[in-house]
Write a protein that binds this ligand. Sequence first.
Ligand code: HEM
Length: 122
Amino acid sequence: MQIALIVALSLHILSSVFWAGTSFVLARTGGIGGEQLFRPQMGAAVIAVLSGGYLGHLVHAGSFGTPEQLLAVGALAALVAAGVQGAIGGGAIRSLRNGKADETDARSRIATAQRIAAALSR
Ligand code: HEM
């Protein structure tokens, strides 16, 4: 139990900090490097959500007081952030790879997706 908690919390903090950190960087660089970071970022988001869900099960199962309600709001914001990055950012990266989009327009869409996600991760 103790070991599971330590492993889950370490994974959660490492992946969440990477996820949020890359969102802040891509929001500031105007989407430059978005293609290279898309997969690691989405991978980190999956680990953050899964480890967060497991932590919720370990530490907060069976109650829904103020701490759990605040965690639920944070978790919802994180899920919306991942959806925006995946849909808007992922779509822009796909059209960049296919050569279908104007580069400036695609980079601006990547940066917008990252800005929205960065605001939701605060
Ligand atoms: C679906 C997404 C998420 C869920 C379900 C979730 C859930 C949780 C839970 C249950 C804990 C343990 C709280 C406790 O010990 O009482 C936790 C801790 C933490 N989470 Fe998340 N989280 C999510 C996303 C994020 C994101 C996106 C970040 C960072 C931007 C983040 C940063 C942290 C940090 C730094 C801690 C350690 C703080 C502490 O132990 O008090 N989490 N999270």
